[in-house]
Design a protein around this ligand. Sequence first.
Ligand code: NAI
Ligand code: CS2
Length: 449
Amino acid sequence: MKRLSPESAPAGTPRRPFGPQAPVGIVHLGLGAFHRAHQAVYTQMVDDAGEWGICGATQRSATVVEQLRPQGGLYSVMERGPSQTRLEIIGQIRDVVDGRTETGRLIARLADPAVRVVTLTITEKGYRSGPGGALDRLITGLGARAERDAGPLTVLPCDNLNGNGEVLRDLVRENLSGDLADWVENNVRYPCSMVDRIVPATTDADRAEAGARLGAQDAGLVVAEPFRQWVIQDDFAAGRPAWEKAGAELVADVAPYERRKIRVLNGSHSLLAYLGALRGYRTIAQAASDDDLAQAAWRLIEQDVAPTLASDGLEVLDYGRTVLERFTNPALPHLTTQVAMDGSLKLGPRLLGTIRDARAAGRMPQGAVLGVAAWMVYVGKACQEGVLPLDDPHAQALREAVARPTGLVESLLGLDLVFGPDLRDDQDFRTCLTERVAEVSRQPVVKTA
Ligand code: NAI
Ligand code: CS2
């Protein structure tokens, strides 16, 4: 079967220049599945004049470069709803760069006056990356931009982190000094954004189905649910695409939207991922369709999370019902083990924030504690029995903790990289956690994958 390309693309597919000379207005760091199914889709919907082409960069693997370069940047988004599938070709990516081997090209793009927005989806762990990582490249690029005095820039993170713009701003500030720091302070803005669209890793079966529908092989295919949401702090240094025309919401303060999304959606996602994987469920849809687990997720949302968001002024319970409904989409094979990844970094914003707020109010958030307990049992089984994958930037530290003779709860609670003295010294929390770990350890494996 022929490869998707400008030549083989269906009639009507926009033909735009692609490659190192192609004009772009946006650089994206962390060119993974989510960017292709979310920010690039929003941008294509509004970029009639063609001034917001995207140069996508990766720091970890050449795969996406090999997927998209031969296709002239074209790829398709296969939108899988419960009852229908829709395929759309996206041509908004005009250049792809491997930030490890084509560093000069990436820095030149970041210093290009025509580039006025940088977006990022580098995963929670990417904000801790060291030399040669995405942050390193961003900071080098800002330096080159300052030297050229290439004009103001907005750096817009699109990762699941509370206050992601402030987190990034502080990380950049920590690594700059002197005139460069002054230039960046005066010319770069770091708005926060809340992003939402469930985008599982693409499978070979997905690619085969898309190929049959397209009549061409698309190595860059991404799969997503129909739902999408983007709430962006309206604080841009030099303009932006009119994303609001594609349904994005521009607001003064994103924090309430971030807290609701990360605590309601991502918190229940992680709870279902760990409990579901331990019960033998391969997908989130299977876990969310299990009555016991669905009730546990709803208890987390209704009894634990909602009270901590009361002062934010956003509706929570109907939002939560919609989230749990989205999780049951049988057409979207989102693996429990994919959501279970990077738990040492995800637990904090998704569950520990809820726990800390509840404890400060004198409540014991049983559902959130159950989520932490499920993560502990998952880690324990992954380390001891190897029946579950442990994909975590701190996997070694987790293995060493589990190997200690002090018991699972004591060993993992002792990890300051996850918890902290406030939770470790909360005796009532420890007691509840120990009870939940015992409860989870007893739960039956209901489905052999
Ligand atoms: P992916 O695995 O397809 O892509 C991850 C991207 O991050 C890749 O380009 C990779 O090169 C880069 N990356 C990974 N580790 C890194 C590190 N240590 N330093 C720098 N770059 C690193 O994952 P996907 O689906 O694109 O998700 C990426 C992020 O997008 C998530 O971590 C999350 O923050 C956000 N997101 C994802 C959603 C989804 O459903 N997939 C939905 C909402 C947000
Ligand atoms: C998921 C998120 O992989 C995970 O940790 O919880 O990627 C989730 O799919 C998105 O945040 C949904 O917007």
